[in-house]
Design a protein around this ligand. Sequence first.
Ligand code: AQP
Length: 310
Amino acid sequence: PRVIFSGIQPTGIPHLGNYLGALRLWATLQNEEDEQTELFFSIVDLHAITIKQNAKQLQQWRKEMLASLYAVGLSPERSTIFYQSSVPQHSELMWILSCTASMGYLSRMTQWKSKLALPNNTSPLDPSPTGKAALKLGLFSYPVLQAADILLYRTTHVPVGEDQAQHLEFARELAIGFNHVYAPNSKGNVPLLVPPQIIMSPAKRVMSLTNPTKKMSKSDTDEKSRILITDNENVIKKKINRALTDSIEGVSYDREARPGVSNLINLIYHMDESVASSPEELAKEFDGMSLKALKEKVAETVEMHIHDET
Ligand code: AQP
């Protein structure tokens, strides 16, 4: 039988990237999978403390994330929904896996590099915001904890956005390597650790509204860069209105040359994939439309779906 596991950090209210890249897919899997399939969705609070957090705020965010998971349609009757820190075996397995995890492989991961630059990645002992001294062990070894989260439940499938593909590949390699070291003769039998497969959401990477070459992120200091699943109609309109586009006339889809406009087209397409066969086709339908009109259409589509589905 299939075992599905995925997690989300309680670092703020989920945004459209979290929703389209992960949460909506979780709810679909929950509702469509065979009865035999087990589903685990974790609020990964231990991951959240890889950068400095305020304790009160983190407690609040954990509750808000739980409410958000219920809001997108996850049900405790069908899925196991839990705080990571309430299951100590996640940390215990992490230690065991750390003993076979390669530093070289971890140093090639890109996510810790981007978090290193965040303003709250400092500590009183070490106030320098960048450089090797500022890199904390927890942030660096985050993918090992993530691998433990997944491998603990003998997970077969992990639904995530594209930003997590590298970590998933790491978890697979770690499981295969561990099996090789500790159960070299178990070929064909039940493996010691199960190498998981990724289920990539169709909306692989939703980009920031204010800097469309970066992914939309909870920890971006600019609140206008993301739309939260709790934003009301007015706020959605305002944020989309201010989204960075370009000065080229009309609408066309080209992620390289027109990242802002392409991100807006992607938002409409992924919110409602019945509107066209691809984002490129959708852009052709909008040919001749002004960017102002495109933004109105995006705001309307996002607003309608977010409020119907959450
Ligand atoms: N922009 C995105 N596009 C598509 N999918 C995304 N995900 C996150 N951002 C996008 C997916 O959301 C799930 C949960 O992510 P997370 O909160 O555990 O961590 P993250 O990937 O680091 O997300 P954020 O929003 O950027 O959080 P912070 O800023 O706290 O790190 C994952 O499946 C992820 O793929």
